[in-house]
Design a protein around this ligand. Structure first.
Ligand code: CP
Ligand code: NVA
Length: 303
């Protein structure tokens, strides 16, 4: 049975930490030009039902560096876009490919895909979760802060796929996460309940960006309107007033804090230009680490 990477809760802390360590080893090998053709001759399908820059490029380059082939597919140019059932696509893809990455809308789509797939399926972002991104983020935190243990994490903004995945990460890894989300834009209720049961008291949700950021070691934000929510942009701009991660808000965090943003960023909305370009920002390392962690995830799962 293939093992899939659909959400962080599919794995325990030891397994996820193992992938983070493996990613650092692969990063080092890549930097030193030491071959690591762990997917030699393998093909990984990369299916996109939403736009992407980082995910597409990092997966495609990552598979290549591992000696395999990344096969880009978009729903618009495949039969998926014409309504071919997910379960049919999944079974056919598994006859050709050794693994599948899929970026789509509902989490139930990746779950159905995985149910019918004999090869590992990796979630490249859904409306609910973005697990590859949070793994890259954790790798970046470890690089800059040595460890995540004892650190205070802050989330400012929408209770979206990124926030939900951070909540899972906090519960699994056991760090403190304070989220500030406007009323009506809270994280997924079931994810919150799962996390609260797993790690009572570690996840604190409020509507106050200042209390979330105060004393934080890691400050994280994301766009106010995610992919698929473009028509809500104007309404969200009103609801998110006061949620811009700017110099004043960041001044409340620890002086040596780091700032994460999965990108793409909307400067002047969820983050100011001065913060994303400032000394605390590690967003370029974070983007780079997508490559290394995804290589580790693929090489761990794809046999
Ligand atoms: N962070 C992220 O997933 O970026 P893309 O949408 O460009 O893939
Ligand atoms: N929350 C954003 C993340 C983009 C990488 C979205 O889903 O559009």
């Amino acid at each position: 049975m293939a093992r899939h990477f659909l959400a962080l809760h599919d794995f325990n802390e030891i397994e996820l930490y193992g992938m983070l360590t493996f990613a650092r080893e692969l990063k080092e090998k890549q930097k030193q030009s030491i071959p690591h053709k762990l997917l030699d001759g393998k093909t990984v399908a990369l299916i996109f039902e939403k736009a992407s820059t980082r995910t597409r490029v990092s997966f495609e380059v990552g598979v290549f560096q591992l000696g395999g082939h990344g096969l880009f597919m978009s729903s618009g140019n495949s039969q998926m876009g014409r309504g071919e059932p997910i379960k049919d696509t999944a079974r056919v893809m598994a006859r050709y490919c050794d693994g599948v990455m899929i970026r789509t809308f509902g989490q139930e789509i990746v779950e159905e895909f995985a149910r019918y797939s004999d090869v590992p399926v990796i979630n490249g972002l859904t409306d609910l979760f973005h697990p590859c991104q949070i793994m890259a983020d954790l790798m970046t935190v470890i690089e800059h802060k040595k460890s995540y243990e004892g650190l205070k994490f802050a989330w400012v903004g929408d209770g979206n796929n990124m926030a939900n995945t951070w909540i899972e990460a906090a519960a699994i890894f056991g760090f403190e996460l304070r989220l500030a989300c406007p009323a009506g834009y809270e994280p997924d209720k079931k994810v919150m309940e799962w996390a609260e049961a797993k790690a009572p008291g570690k996840i604190i949700l409020s509507t106050d960006p200042k209390s979330a950021v105060a004393g934080a070691d890691v400050v994280n934000t994301d766009v106010w309107a995610s992919m698929g929510q473009e028509t809500e942009q104007k309404e969200r701009e009103k609801a998110f007033v006061g949620y811009c991660l700017d110099d004043n808000l960041l001044a409340l965090a620890k002086p040596d804090c780091i700032v994460l943003h999965c990108l793409p960023a909307h400067r002047g909305e969820e983050i100011s230009d001065s913060v994303i370009e400032g000394k605390s920002s590690v967003v370029w390392d974070e983007a780079e680490n997508r490559l290394h962690i995804q290589k580790a995830i693929m090489a761990t799962l794809i046999k």
